[in-house]
Design a protein around this ligand. Sequence first.
Ligand code: NAD
Length: 505
Amino acid sequence: MKVQSTTTQQDDHFLISNYDYKSTNIEKNGDKYIAKPQITNFKFKTDTRIPKLGVMLVGWGGNNGTTLTGGILANKFNITWNSRRGTHQPNFYGSLTQSSVIKIGTCNTEEVFVPFKDVLPMVNPCDIVFGGWDISSMNLADAMNRAQVVEYDLQQKLRPYLEKLVPLPSIYYPDFIAANQGDRADNVIPGNNKLEHLNIIRKNIADFKQQNNLDKVILLWTANTERFCVEDPNIHGTAEKLLKSIESSHPEISASTIFACAACLEGCSFINGSPQNTIVPGVIELAEKAGVFVAGDDFKTGQTKFKTCLVEYLVGAGIKPKAIISYNHLGNNDGKNLSQESCFKSKERSKKTCVDDILESNKVLYPTEEELNIDHTIVIKYCPETGDSKKAMDEYIAEIFLGGRQTFAVYNVCEDSLLAAPLIMDLLLLCELFERIQFQKDASEYQRFDTVLSWLSYLMKAPKSESGITTINSLSRQRAMLENLVKVCAGLTIDDNLRLEVRYG
Ligand code: NAD
């Protein structure tokens, strides 16, 4: 695709697009709103040179880590496999960037769509170099077998590639994850000195980058859900305090926060795929100083994605959700870890906040704070027999016309890591792309996006935003935001869905 427009320029290195952003400024005058439409000029500059990307996963030997690595290798080497349903080809189903499409315009009256990945130059997932850490020493072939996610025949075909991949020893603070994980922790950096731990992780990153001749590295936490650290401004509040607390091996510094600090100090962006509060203010300051991004929290895969769609639909239709009761049972190692109350609490928080802004937006349905406090209950049970095939049962009770009730009972069976792996890939590819984009507002200096990369909220259960910016949980708004951003950067027109060119020529 090539954009021909007077507002877009392209040379060998950069694509620059000029964009008049239309918004509406609202002023309150007593009980009236005064709406003042306005236009602000933005310039987006995208570096079109694709770097050699390395990714280091924390929790590489887990279900997500092995499924992602194996899935990408299967695509890279076009490995087919057999099951009782026949012969299968590898694909990237479930990946927004690789398998979804974007409307770029109309040809006569026909709408034209292209793959998301083709709008701006992006890293090919098959070119990513993977590495990482795990507290379990198993090579990735054995770890994939332990995970019981991937079909047996594909596991066998991937074995020659995966058995050479062995996770680096990791930091293990048993107090932060469930006690039941202790029996797999045979690959642990010794000692209790947190500064030494930080330095070892930093060295691992630097070595990985150098040994693989990489242009950049991104770190992603897909290890077990930790309990929340007890956040304290004196411990975590600034970069300086955080580094001091690491130096004194403070007990409220989690392993995930050490990894986040190491990433920032090595000039790498960091993504938190689990719900815990890894990205404390001191981490954000370190990232800001290093000019890298942080993003989180918790991958938004099946049940929550659906929840943010359904609640958006109900509230958008003027129907009032009054209760959401969510049961999950799962039998993988994630479920085992979540069976400990402290870790479950982290997950409960991220699952519970995901509809708040959708409800808050509608003051017709929810005129008071009290009414916003709907029954939203989360239950997670570990049931080993279920394996990675997670069952989610949700009941949505809503109030309709004249006091009536509408109830949805939703049963969602999903193979957790087969949903998470392509989503992790999208997080990495989009984070890398956003590192190459700068913008200019009203002819000011070019700057990069905010340190907390909330553009990725479509992929996160509890999206972290820059301070002062409201979080958007609605799935369609999150997706539109991402789609529109790449279109604007490419110099394409954003679709307002009026379709006037089709209706009236
Ligand atoms: P998993 O238990 O199979 O894998 C986690 C891996 O992390 C294990 O191999 C474990 O040994 C390792 N680990 C634990 N502590 C570590 C440490 N300090 N350093 C390095 N490695 C460590 O879990 P999973 O199914 O792969 O999920 C990973 C994370 O992603 C979990 O926190 C889960 O809650 C989160 N998540 C998963 C999904 C999904 O759909 N799969 C969705 C949202 C969030």
